[in-house]
Design a protein around this ligand. Structure first.
Ligand SMILES: NC(=O)C1=CN([C@@H]2O[C@H](COP(=O)(O)OP(=O)(O)OC[C@H]3O[C@@H](n4cnc5c(N)ncnc54)[C@H](OP(=O)(O)O)[C@@H]3O)[C@@H](O)[C@H]2O)C=CC1
Ligand SMILES: O=C(CO)COP(=O)(O)O
Ligand SMILES: [Zn+2]
Length: 348
């Protein structure tokens, strides 16, 4: 008997472009959600665009969050219940968007993502990443009902956030390699459609590297579209597998152990150089990954990340313990091998 089934949850309305912030109300009305939303934002995005958003939602209350935490999710849930909000609209970087995503899940309502920075594909995906103590929980939730990415606002965000978003996409190359490996060795569930979309997204971003330049609004256009595409790949897969492999484990581990972690996308980019080396060896594709990162101005070394060599080695040798996700790290890379890969690739 044929017993397979799949349920793909995708955003229904995606708007990317100059000035689309003023179309949030229209895009939301088109979803027929009814009622009034709670707006969730953080201080800088609120200053930059809060009033323009509020002008589109009569009577909507705003919650402004300072830091990402489970307590902040609880506060959003309480505020939404008190206000009788029927859905959430998140305005900002990954912090308010992830918090609203989790709160919406807890409330059983939809949410709309209005990113002000193209810093990673969480602005589109159905995954929330919330720090707690010295760890970080990656939690499954529903993806946004709509994504409205205003390239004018994103282009004025700190340049490092944009290059971090690019590096998060470039890391899809190694994430997909890890996924295929896990399918071969551990028979994990795999989708060729999701894998192909994820790889193609990375390919297109690298092919368009010339348009990714500080001060150029087109950079935000190229990156936003790639982030949407990567988010869709995760939705098709029903997991973050197409966009998160060993390089993400490495970054998650740095978040835990580094005194001052760098941006998510920057860490996964550097991780990707090393995990590509582990996949394909000295003559493999690791130089292409490094060159692609260099071309878009993203870090390629521990020093660029502002993290010391010892911490990078510790993260690489312990990253496999982060979660039950089989990757090229297998049951662990020993210290000697880690030093060799990091040295050979110029990361340390
Ligand atoms: N779901 C996922 O897959 C992932 C989720 N994450 C989560 O996302 C968060 C990190 O994402 P990130 O976007 O870097 O975080 P933030 O939302 O904290 O944004 C980074 C910084 O940029 C500021 N900012 C945002 N937009 C603008 C703008 N247009 N102009 C000027 N400044 C701006 C923010 O201001 P302010 O301080 O006022 O907010 C903040 O200081 C973490 O909470 C992390 O856990 C990270 C990786 C993956
Ligand atoms: O960052 C992500 C994809 O780019 C999400 O991955 P995680 O599932 O590892 O949190
Ligand atoms: Zn990522």
């Amino acid at each position: 008997m044929f017993a397979k089934s799949t349920w793909i949850k995708l955003p229904r309305n995606v708007l990317v472009g100059h000035g689309v912030l003023d179309d949030v109300g229209t895009a939301v009305a088109e979803l027929s959600l009814g009622g009034t939303p709670l707006l969730v934002t953080s201080p800088t995005p609120d200053d930059l665009a809060g009033d323009r958003l509020r002008a589109q939602f009569d009577g909507a209350e705003t919650v402004t969050v300072d830091t990402a935490s489970f307590a902040a999710v609880g506060e959003i849930v309480e505020a939404a219940e008190a206000a009788g909000a029927t859905f959430l609209v998140a305005l900002g970087g990954g912090k308010p968007i992830d918090l609203a995503k989790m709160a919406a899940d807890e409330l059983g309502v939809g949410f709309v993502s209005v990113p002000t920075a193209a810093s990673h594909d969480g602005i589109v995906s159905g995954r929330s990443s919330i720090p707690e103590g010295d760890t970080r929980h990656s939690v499954a939730a529903d993806p946004p009902l709509a994504v409205i990415a205003d390239t004018e606002i994103m282009a004025n965000a700190p340049w490092a956030l944009t290059t971090a978003g690019c590096a998060d996409i470039i890391s899809n190359y190694t994430a997909v390699k890890d996924w295929r490996l896990a399918r071969r060795l551990k028979n994990v569930e795999y989708s060729e459609y999701a894998a192909a979309l994820s790889e193609m997204t990375a390919e297109m971003l690298v092919d368009n590297a010339d348009s990714i330049k500080r001060g150029l609004e087109e950079s935000s256009w190229v990156v936003s579209k790639a982030l949407v595409s990567s988010g869709v790949a995760m939705s098709i897969a029903g997991s973050s597998r197409p966009a998160s492999g060993a390089e993400h484990l490495f970054s998650h581990q740095l978040d835990r152990i580094a005194e001052s972690p760098a941006l998510h996308g920057h860490q996964v980019g550097v991780g990707s150089i090393m995990t590509e080396f582990l996949h394909s060896g000295a003559q493999g594709q690791w130089r292409s990954i490094r060159n692609a990162l260099e071309a878009i101005d993203a870090p390629t070394t521990a020093a660029d990340l502002g993290i010391d060599d010892e911490t990078v080695i510790e993260a690489l040798t312990t990253a496999h313990t982060i979660r039950d996700r089989y990757t090229i790290l297998g049951d662990g890379v020993n210290e000697e091998a880690a030093v060799e890969v990091a040295t050979f690739t110029g990361v340390i």
